[in-house]
Every structure is written in structure tokens, then in C-alpha cells.
Design a protein around this ligand. Structure first.
Ligand code: ATP
Length: 514
């Protein structure tokens, strides 16, 4: 655990040191749970967006993208249920004055039981070696059975009491499980209360005529209210999808864990409209498609797992999260929801406008059902950053810090390095920069010894270094060094463009995963 905490601290300090993420308005001591992306962070974020956007709107002929406004008519949020039901159950500790999400306290307790069971299983696996039957062990070992049984019971009771809005029972659960304030150990809790997460603001100049608005807490509703505009003007036929990337705002109760839970963040959402009755088939398809998208980036398949929801949101008939193994454990990275016809129907009711599709094959008018895929861009950023940061022992006994970002996402694709700052090497290096810069973000770097420059680029996440030496002037070749393997290859200058393309191209990364 301590090691994991260290890793997380390293990720945060590395993110700052290399211009990825800064606290917002840092000179004024920052703003809680709001962050700014620096010169490298902005590039990485843009590349993640691009990777998602192209996968959605370019690789699927039946998905188009929109960019709706952050401010929406206030009735939108009445229709969507956010005014009445976008609440988190919160609880305060009377001694420490710290505020927590009551459901998260219980879920963390359940997660600990799972970890205990997994630990027992891992120990047994080691002891029994090849002959170990994990399935049987799970079912028969009394300790493992107890841990897993207790966990299941706790999660089921939590789901039940949240669905029934029985907050007193959530409080009882916290007391019965003797859950303590994670920071101070105190068990002196207040009652559990609901707290609406939307940020309010005002539209209009004078106080009396101003209209109360909300900053959108999700991008999805911008898609629903435009469903018919896009369907008609794009001549879209069901099944089809509408994708969107944009800011969302939530007044999160507990906003810790860096960019995992922010008050201002970005979402990449896609709503896929299908025939009623076919939604669960599409739901399964999208679960698989989205997991494949994640796998394509090569961050490690063991870092992902599905979590099927026990407690379904008011609009869903099936829901799962793709969880990622962040430095603080497995947590939600993306949600995939079968939202039924809830949203379109609610907007029909509140607006009085029909939001239907005439299906020429069925010769029928209906309100489509919707499968949503919703991923937090900043959480994806954190997944990429935290799983890429490595301390490596080298053969010569030294260590290096390397940010093994997927090359397709890396802010800088190649650094061009003249071996020395004279003899015409800078000029040739600059020429290479001028050639490559049309297609790739490349960087010229001549300061310090070559070894130090390699290390600097490793730590910044640059996948390729291109070194120009004296021989280059004669043979028109350069040395390409690959960040991850540290392998070096002599190549003709004219091949550089295709080498960089092969390493960093969208197609190279994505083509085996669609
Ligand atoms: P959580 O349970 O972690 O609060 P959620 O279930 O409320 O998340 P959704 O409403 O399904 O999240 O939002 C879709 C996605 O948006 C999430 O999977 C997550 O990646 C991202 N997201 C949600 N809230 C935040 C936040 N406060 N900061 C950063 N990303 C967020």
C-alpha cells in the first residue's frame, strides 16, 4: 500500500515537473479539485480526445459528432432528473469535520474484504502450485467464503437502501461495520444527507429578470435535445450514434485523488440510438467495443475490469463500469449504460415536441432506446499517465525514470538532437525538424550531453530520439533511439518520416482492435 501511495505522489509531482498538470490558479494557492493542463498536458489531452473522436466518428459510418453549449435551458435538467435526483449521500465526521460520501465509505470497506479474499487465494496458489483449483478454493475455503459473502451482503444492502432512499439504513450500515474516518479513525458520524451536485449560475443582467441556470453536469443532455436535428439533417437511420466531447461541472463532495474527481472536468460521451427491444444486444456490443478501444493503447490488459451495477440509475435497464487499476486501486474509468427511452421521452414530455424516429423497415414511429458510453477525459489522462510512469533498473546498475506513453498519444513524437552544438550538426538537425514538423510535433534540443538529453526525453514521454552526428553529414543517416527498448538504429534521413509515422499513427495502434 505504501508503495502505491508513493507511486501516486510520484505521478502528481512528475505531472507538474514535466508541464503536464498544474493546480488551478496556483499563485493564489489553488482551487480545490480544479486543475490546469500545462504545455505537455494540453497536447496529451488533445491526443486522447483525437484518439477517441476518430475511433467514434471516423471508424463508424453511423456515428457523428456535435459540440453543444455548456449552458442549456433549465428545463433540460428537470426533464433529465438532475434537479430532483442528482444527489450524493454525504456524511460528516463530527470530530474531524471532514465530509465523505457515505456510499463510498461502505464501498471501500467492501473492497477491503475483496482484497483480503484475493490475498488468501494468492497465498494458496503459491502453496499448491500447478494443482491449484481456484474455483474450488473460492467455494470451499471458509475464510475466503466469509470475506466474499460478507462483501456481497454489504453491497446488496447498500444498493437496496440507496434505491429506497433509506439514508438512515446507510448510516446504520456504517455504524454496524464500524467504519471509521479514514484520516483520523473517529467513528463519530452525523446523519446521512442528500446533496445536489449541480453548480447554479444566472443568465441575464438585472437581478429580477435573471434566469437560474445550471452548468451542465454531463454532456449527454446536449445530445438528447439535438437528437432530431442531427437525425433529420444528417439523414441518419437507426441504429446511429451521436458523439460529443466537452466540459461538465459537478460540485463533488469529496474531491480528492488529483484529477480523478474534479469539479470541472471533460467527458467524452456517445449516445447510440437503437430499436426498442434491441438495446441489450447493443449494450453487450458496446461493452466489448469500448474495452477493445482501451486495450488498443497497450496500458496492460490486467489493469481493466468490468463492474456490473447492482444499483441501477433511474434511467437504466443495464449498466457497467470499465474500472481501471489506478494507483489507489480499481475505480471507474468509463460507464456504459443502457438508458432505455427515458431521456427522449422525458424531453418529449417537458418540451411538448415529438422526439421519434420513423423506421421505414418496420413502418413504425417510435422513441429510440439508447446505449451510452461515457468516459471522463481527465480520468483517462490519469490512467495513461499513472500506468506509463516507470522507474527502471538498467543493466549498468543505473536507474532511469521513463514515461512510457503510448506513442500515438505522446505530446512530442520525436526529439531531434545534434550530438554537438557545432560543425554543421545543428543546421542539419534543424533541417530535419523543418521537414518533420508538418506532420508531427517534434522538438529540437541541443542543451547538455546526449545521455542527459535522452533521459530528459524519456521522462517527458517522447517515444523517439533522432541523433545527428558527424557521420550524418557524410552518409545522410541518423541514429534513431526508441524510448521503451532503448534500442538504437542507424537509418537514412529520408526514411524518418515513415519511421515516425509507423510508430505514432492512429491506424498502427487501432487497426487490430475494431
Ligand atoms: P463516480 O461514481 O466516480 O462519481 P459517476 O458514476 O457519477 O462517477 P458518470 O455520471 O457515469 O460518473 O460519468 C461518466 C464518466 O465521467 C465517469 O466514468 C468518469 O470517467 C467521468 N467523471 C464523472 N465525474 C467526474 C469527476 N468529478 N471528475 C472527473 N471525471 C468524472
Amino acid at each position: 500500500m505504501a508503495k502505491q501511495e508513493d507511486l501516486f505522489k510520484n505521478v502528481i509531482s512528475h505531472a507538474k515537473e514535466y508541464g503536464y498538470i498544474f493546480a488551478s490558479s496556483e499563485i493564489y494557492d489553488g482551487l480545490s479539485a480544479v486543475y490546469d493542463y500545462g504545455q505537455n498536458g494540453a497536447e496529451l489531452k488533445k491526443n486522447i480526445k483525437e484518439y477517441w473522436w476518430r475511433s467514434m466518428t471516423q471508424l463508424h459510418q453511423n456515428i457523428v459528432g456535435i459540440d453543444a453549449a455548456i449552458l442549456m435551458h433549465p428545463t433540460t435538467w428537470k426533464a433529465s432528473g438532475h434537479v430532483d435526483a442528482f444527489n450524493d449521500p454525504l456524511i460528516d465526521n463530527k470530530d474531524s469535520k471532514k465530509r465523505y460520501r457515505a456510499d463510498v465509505l461502505v464501498e471501500d470497506h467492501a473492497e477491503k474484504l475483496l482484497q483480503k479474499a484475493e490475498k488468501e487465494i494468492a497465498k494458496a496458489k503459491k502453496r499448491f502450485g500447478e494443482d491449484f483449483d481456484e474455483e474450488m478454493y473460492r467455494e470451499t475455503n471458509p475464510r475466503v467464503k466469509r470475506y466474499l459473502g460478507e462483501r456481497k451482503e454489504i453491497l446488496e444492502r447498500l444498493a437496496r437502501s440507496l434505491t429506497n432512499e433509506d439514508l438512515a439504513d446507510v448510516k446504520s450500515l456504517i455504524e454496524e461495520l464500524e467504519i471509521a474516518d479514514p484520516e483520523t479513525g473517529s467513528k463519530n458520524w452525523t446523519e446521512v444527507r442528500q446533496f445536489n451536485l449541480m453548480f447554479g449560475t444566472k443568465l441575464g443582467a438585472s437581478a429580477d429578470s435573471a434566469t437560474d441556470l445550471y452548468l451542465r453536469p454531463e454532456t449527454a443532455q446536449g445530445i438528447f435535445v439535438n437528437f432530431l436535428n442531427v437525425q433529420k439533417t444528417g439523414r441518419m437511420k437507426i441504429p446511429f450514434g451521436i458523439a460529443q466531447i466537452g466540459k461538465a461541472f459537478r460540485n463533488e463532495i469529496v474531491a480528492r485523488q488529483f484529477i480523478f474527481r474534479m469539479r470541472e472536468f471533460e467527458q467524452m460521451e456517445m449516445q447510440f440510438f437503437v430499436r426498442p427491444g434491441e438495446e441489450l444486444e447493443w449494450y453487450e456490443k458496446w461493452k466489448e467495443t469500448r474495452l477493445n478501444w482501451h486495450k488498443s493503447l497497450g496500458l496492460g490488459e490486467e489493469n481493466y475490469r468490468f463492474h456490473d451495477h447492482e444499483k441501477l440509475a433511474h434511467y437504466a435497464n443495464a449498466a457497467a463500469d470499465i474500472e481501471f487499476d489506478f494507483p489507489f486501486g480499481f475505480k471507474e474509468l468509463e460507464g456504459i449504460h443502457s438508458r432505455t427511452d427515458f431521456d427522449l421521452k422525458a424531453h418529449e414530455e417537458h418540451s411538448g415536441k415529438k422526439l421519434r424516429f420513423y423506421d421505414p423497415e418496420l413502418k413504425e414511429n417510435y422513441v429510440p432506446y439508447v446505449i451510452e458510453t461515457s468516459i471522463g477525459l481527465d480520468r483517462m489522462f490519469l490512467a495513461v499517465l499513472s500506468s506509463s510512469l516507470k522507474e527502471e533498473e538498467l543493466e549498468d546498475g543505473n536507474t532511469r525514470t521513463v514515461l512510457k506513453l503510448p506513442a500515438v498519444l505522446a505530446p512530442t513524437k520525436a526529439a531531434i538532437l545534434p550530438l554537438v552544438k557545432k560543425d554543421g550538426l545543428p543546421e542539419l538537425a534543424q533541417k530535419i525538424v523543418d521537414d518533420l514538423k508538418w506532420d508531427f510535433r517534434v522538438q529540437y534540443d541541443e542543451k547538455d550531453a546526449i545521455g542527459r538529453r535522452y533521459r530528459r526525453q524519456d521522462a517527458a514521454g517522447t517515444p523517439l530520439c533522432i541523433t545527428v552526428d558527424h557521420d550524418s553529414l557524410e552518409d545522410n543517416s541518423v541514429t534513431v533511439r526508441f524510448r521503451d527498448s532503448m534500442e538504437q538504429k542507424r537509418v537514412p534521413i529520408e526514411e524518418l518520416e515513415s519511421i515516425v509515422r509507423k510508430e505514432t499513427d492512429f491506424k498502427t495502434w487501432m487497426k487490430d482492435f475494431i
